[in-house]
Design a protein around this ligand. Structure first.
Ligand SMILES: [Zn+2]
Length: 111
C-alpha cells in the first residue's frame, strides 16, 4: 500500500477508527458500499496525474484522455495529459502483451 493509504487513516480520529474497525469485524459491509460508490464516481473523472509523465492534469484542458481497461471486476484506469503520453502508454501496453513476462516486473501498477 502506498503512503497515501496510510495518510487516510491518519486523518481519522479515534472514534472514526473504532467505527471502521467495528465495520471490518462485521464483514466491512458499510465500507465496501462506500468504496464502491466512490469508485463509481471516480471512474467518470480523469485521474489527478498523467500515467506516463506523472505531471498533474489540468482539469480545464481539452486534451486530457482517460483509458479504462480490463475486466469489469478488475478495471484499471489511466489518464494522460495529451495524445503523446496516451500513445506512449499504448505502445508500452502492446509491448507487454507481445513480449514474454520477464520485463513486466517494474510495471505491475498498470499491467
Ligand atoms: Zn503526460
Amino acid at each position: 500500500m502506498g503512503r497515501r493509504f496510510e495518510d487516510m487513516f491518519d486523518i481519522l480520529d479515534y472514534n472514526e477508527l473504532m467505527r471502521l474497525k467495528n465495520d471490518f469485524d462485521s464483514g466491512a459491509v458499510a465500507l465496501k458500499r462506500l468504496l464502491e460508490e466512490n469508485m463509481k464516481k471516480k471512474l467518470k473523472e480523469h485521474e489527478k496525474a498523467c500515467a506516463t509523465c506523472s505531471s498533474q492534469l489540468n482539469f480545464y484542458k481539452t486534451n486530457n484522455y482517460t483509458l479504462v481497461f480490463g475486466p469489469d471486476d478488475f478495471k484499471k484506469k489511466a489518464s494522460f495529459c495529451g495524445l503523446d503520453c496516451l500513445e506512449y502508454f499504448i505502445i508500452k501496453l502492446k509491448d507487454m502483451k507481445t513480449k514474454p513476462k520477464e520485463d513486466n516486473v517494474s510495471n505491475t501498477d498498470y499491467f
